[in-house]
Design a protein around this ligand. Structure first.
Ligand SMILES: [Zn+2]
Length: 67
């Protein structure tokens, strides 16, 4: 069986003091859902800023690997 090695990124919510690892394909849905349910749609939860800097590189690597 092939391992599903989907990229996961940490989502931090300073208001809830939580960090959650989320698969890249679920990222927008998870962040939007959290902010909708808990923060009236405000963008409180976000991708960890330290990781966000690297995220484009990670995605680019994935895209290149898929070529
Ligand atoms: Zn929150």
């Amino acid at each position: 069986m092939a391992e599903d090695t989907e990229t996961e990124v940490p989502v931090v919510c300073p208001a809830c003091e939580t960090t959650t690892r989320v698969a890249l394909s679920d990222l927008a849905e998870t962040v939007d859902g959290h902010n909708d349910r808990l923060h009236d749609g405000e963008e409180v939860a976000t991708v960890d800023p330290e990781v966000a800097d690297h995220l484009l590189d990670m995605v680019a690597d994935d895209l290149l690997a898929a070529e």
